[in-house]
Design a protein around this ligand. Structure first.
Ligand SMILES: [Zn+2]
Length: 258
């Protein structure tokens, strides 16, 4: 019995996503048993199309809709650090205006940390996967999720499979991937509702503060939407340390490359 095959060559970020049977393989011989688009073939390997930056056949870039023929060879590149969602690519010709996010319920703590860093991040509980995907698309937001099936939906152009397990590492992953370290504006945004905070006179909110907060803090901000009050407290110190860690990591990464 002879089976037609095609060959896929994957770079490191994509190899990491492969199921165990293929783990560590740079080249995959794929049995061509049905008429399917390259998107479907890639996703049958459990790699969401959102993770693929480009697909080459020889010198030509091809789209997700391409129907491979037996014997064809493809080189697949994964989305890697410093991705700019505001620039068109062959696979994604319609870029976003800015890197803003919608976070799936399976990465809720990441949503909060992104807001702490001042990054515009939606996080809505109680949505079905279909609603979540639609909301991300309609509102031009990058969908961040740990759910591969969700990211494999055709409707999604901009998304990312969050790889890290721990929220702080997830934050570093996203800030690095989308080159957002310069966009960090810690504690400029409400952690509960994502609204930009306004400065507020301490004298006008005294009745809402604890005595020790009144004693030790001078500058306050308020969320104009949900009216939560923020000040440079313990959260702020932790966030600054985390951001310093991120910036230091970036420096280390650069010096290693020199
Ligand atoms: Zn708020």
């Amino acid at each position: 019995m002879s089976t037609s095959t095609l060959h896929l060559y994957l770079d490191d970020p994509l190899q990491d996503l492969l199921p165990r049977t293929y783990k560590g393989k740079k080249e995959i011989t794929y049995p061509l048993t049905r008429r399917a688009s390259i998107k479907d073939i890639i996703e049958s390997l459990r790699i969401p199309h959102t993770e693929v930056e480009s697909i080459f056949r020889g010198d030509s870039e091809i789209s997700f809709q391409h129907i491979p023929q037996a014997g064809e060879q493809f080189v697949l590149h994964g989305v890697s650090s410093s991705t700019d969602v505001t620039q068109p690519t062959f696979l994604r010709p319609n870029p976003l205006q800015q890197a803003v996010f919608m976070v799936d319920i399976n990465a809720g703590k990441l949503a909060r940390l992104l807001r702490m860093a001042g990054i515009d991040t939606w996080y809505i509980r109680g949505l079905t996967d279909t609603e979540l995907a639609e909301q991300a698309v309609i509102n031009n937001r990058v969908l961040l999720s740990r759910n591969r099936d969700l990211l494999q939906r055709k409707i999604i152009t901009w998304g990312h499979l969050v790889r890290a397990q721990q929220p702080k590492e997830q934050l570093i992953e996203i800030l690095t991937l989308y080159n957002l370290t310069k966009a960090i504006k810690a504690f400029s945004r409400c952690l509960e509702c994502n609204t930009l905070l306004d400065p507020v006179e301490k004298s006008t909110i005294l009745h809402r503060l604890e005595p020790l907060t009144i004693k030790y803090y001078k500058r306050f901000h308020i969320c104009p939407d949900c009216e939560r009050i923020y000040w440079r407290g313990s959260h702020h110190g932790r966030m600054e340390r985390l951001i310093n860690t991120i910036l230091a990591l970036r420096k280390d990464g650069n010096s290693k490359m020199e």
